[in-house]
Design a protein around this ligand. Sequence first.
Ligand SMILES: [Zn+2]
Length: 143
Amino acid sequence: MAKDYYGILGVPSHATGEEIKAAFRRRALELHPDRSGLERGPFQEVQEAYDVLSDPERRRKYDRQRKARKQRPTARRAPRKSRAEPLIPRRARPEPFAAPTGGSRRPPRPVRALCPRCGGGGEILGHICPWCDGRGEIIVLLG
Ligand SMILES: [Zn+2]
């Protein structure tokens, strides 16, 4: 029921029954498949529009629905505030390193070490060592 029957017939929404009939005849002649060579679709739409608008009861019903559609507010509601947790929960934020039982602990420090895989050569059997990427050394964290 989303079709604009008045638009299909080309009449104003306050058109009288006579005007609607006249408009239908005009449009039907224009769009009749035998004459226009068009598909049946447009002609059927005109017929459908006329069927509804020429029947006072159906036209009243259609007008009501049409009016209701127009009055429906189009503005969308503001999006609801997201209740999702922030991406980083408070507790997971990095905290200063501290031992649980008092006293302070130093953060682990990165130390370079000879690559245990290639023994510092940077390659294994002629291939670049995948552990150290050929550097011959790796970074280890000493805590
Ligand atoms: Zn290596």
